[in-house]
Design a protein around this ligand. Sequence first.
Ligand code: SPV
Ligand code: MG
Length: 431
Amino acid sequence: MKTVYTCFCTDVIHEGHLNILREARKYGRVVVGALSDEALIRYNHFPTLALDERVRLYAALEGVDEVVVQDDMLYDEVIARLTPDYVIHGDNWREGPEAAIRASVLAALGRHGGTLVEVSYTRSEETKKIDRALKERLAMPEYRRKRLRQLVELCPIVKALEVHSGLTGLIAEKTVVEREGKLDQFDAMWVSSLCDSTAKGKPDIELVDMSSRLRTIDDVMEVTTKPIILDGDTGGLTEHFVYNVRTLERMGVSAVIIEDKTGLKKNSLFGTEVEQTQDSIESFSAKIAAGKRAQLTEDFMIIARVESLILERGMEDALTRAFAYVGAGADGIMIHSRKKDPSEILEFCDKFRAADKKTPLVVVPTAFNSVTEEELAAHGVNIVIYANQLTRSAFPAMQSTAVEILRHHRAMEADEHLMPFKDIIRLIDEL
Ligand code: SPV
Ligand code: MG
């Protein structure tokens, strides 16, 4: 009896999967791989069913003889273990980032003389509807809100990208790259005060009010499913912060990061070039504790941002504050620096981790941008935020287009740098 292997990475079975199984049975005994949570997150979506539920779902399907767990997005290990005579897959992976996975499957099958069978990919109205329903479920507040905590548990490091509009949200949601044969994508989104303000042509001094920030979040939420971390500036007055925590939680935001500054907040990247006042440990701890008391779910995170290194108050002050804020109930610590050299950030992380193994650590490597995600993870960092790169890349591109049009009194010269409109439209989902 020949063995046929196929890997499923879905929480919902539709006609397309049943079609693959029907075809598979023609070749022999059918083994279905259930892709692990970690691999699924990188590959296409956050699971809405636990791995054991997915295994049971697949095992109950007619024509499935065995279900195994596939731990890696690449099939090498599973193919070496099972040496299937056939691997069967939809033909939709011949192009795009998935083509690299297909190539590695062909190579792995070649090692023992196995064959790849491709069936025409089913894309009916019904399967589209099911895919959409699955995506919409991921966007619901009760699913989205808890996802940041889940990702911190599952991923070596959670990667967040700055967003400030529906369009930038779509970029964070949909950008997938192939690297070393595997697919990669962002896990979460950061609604930056700097970029949200900049998009409105305003300075980053808590001038853009919470109603407007919520409007931005809602625009992003409308078209995405990934979890959202809000840059909550100083959190404002404690009496206001508690209401905002409730609102954010209800909307499905996963975390707010508040910084220990008081008075007129200025952007941290100015450091000591401008006057900035750090809050007292007591006052900021009271704000964190009040926020935690206001929360209704276990999901939402209030992350405390320590500004001691930005304000040149020293490592000891940074650590003392971090431990105090955790004591006050903070669900995570963000440590910030504007030095190009990452060593003070890494020193903080090592010293913090020596005493606290669990509380999530967040960093924003804008200045110290040479540090890699792997290095950060090795020093105990859980979340890395790319806080402003989308805005900083879009602005010069738009400005040079404006200059080109003015120079040439027409748009033709600018056009060669522009994305065709049909490509932009393809980003946008239709219901
Ligand atoms: C932001 O993105 O608004 C931040 C990070 O707060 S930073 O600009 O580096 O202070
Ligand atoms: Mg900010």
